[in-house]
Ligand binder design. Structure first.
Ligand SMILES: [Fe+2]
Length: 281
């Protein structure tokens, strides 16, 4: 898979091309502060290790909070029927746990800046004839959308003999997702012929995935990427914390066959068993 350079003058075209063909882009020189990323990752590792996490139980807080392993979603695309063994922290930036510093929000702002530039790239190159259910630019669809969130996943080690996948095959439901590669996990992406391709991870690249919301808004011009995460250290008893920046479109963005994006996302989430009944967009 081709790595594209965020600083390259042809970035917009290369990003569009990668998204159009694969629903994924791998970006070098993205400018995300890696030291900051590690600090935030460390804070969340401590959060998951502490019993304080239970003060933020998702059910009590209704639309955000700590989500224990028994409540996480299952992967519809997956060859494995079991749920990923992970716990989650899903908090919006204005209501972080007291145990987490403002570094989390600074990192989120950096990721949002890159996400907006990626949307500008799509706005610049996407042909006029491409059907979009909503006439807003991609940039405006996500700029200041309320449900965008830097979600933290804590993957727990399964039985080391069988834990080939840290995260089973799935598509992201949201608009686009940003995450950093990490050499303790191998991301694979399915191409249009159904072949699994390794996402390069020799450097901390930024991966941008096209989500199902973007696919639906553009009538599949940008396919949503099916991906999974392999465990290269399946013989070791290790766990890991990873962060995915999930951008959502504004709730009133139109999608054919649905009332709007809010309706679309809620229906998708309920299918994967995520208890988001109380999610207020
Ligand atoms: Fe994903």
């Amino acid at each position: 898979m081709k790595v594209i350079n965020f600083e390259d003058k042809d970035f917009s075209y290369e990003f569009y091309k990668s998204f159009k063909e694969h629903g994924i882009a791998i970006i070098d020189n993205h400018g995300i502060d890696l030291m900051l990323y590690k600090k935030v990752q460390h804070e969340w590792s401590q959060f998951f290790a502490s019993n304080d996490k239970h003060k933020y139980d998702f059910k009590g807080l209704k639309d955000e909070g700590y989500i224990p392993p028994c409540s996480v979603e299952k992967c519809l695309e997956s060859e494995q029927v079991e749920r990923d063994l992970k716990e989650l922290a899903h908090f919006y930036s204005e209501r972080l746990p007291a145990e987490i510093s403002c570094n989390h929000n600074i990192l989120q702002q950096q990721m949002m800046s890159v996400a907006l530039i990626c949307c500008q790239a799509l706005d610049e190159i996407t042909p006029q004839k491409v059907f979009k259910s909503d006439n807003r630019s991609f940039y405006d669809m996500i700029n200041q959308a309320k449900k965008t969130c830097l979600r933290v996943n804590h993957y727990l080690q399964k039985n080391p003999c069988v834990s080939k996948f840290i995260c089973a095959a799935h598509k992201d439901i949201n608009f686009i997702t940003l995450l950093l590669t990490n050499n303790d996990a191998m991301i694979q992406s399915k191409d249009r012929k159904g072949k699994w391709l390794n996402v390069p991870c020799d450097k901390p690249y930024l991966i941008v995935n096209s989500g199902e919301t973007l696919e639906a808004i553009t009538d599949s011009h940008f396919p949503s990427n099916v991906h999974r995460v392999l465990n290269p250290h399946s013989h070791q008893q290790t766990s890991r914390v990873s962060m995915a920046f999930l951008t959502h479109a504004h709730c009133d963005v139109q999608i054919p066959g649905y009332k709007n994006t809010e309706d679309y996302v809620k229906q998708k989430l309920s299918k994967i068993g995520f208890n988001f009944e109380c999610l207020n967009f």
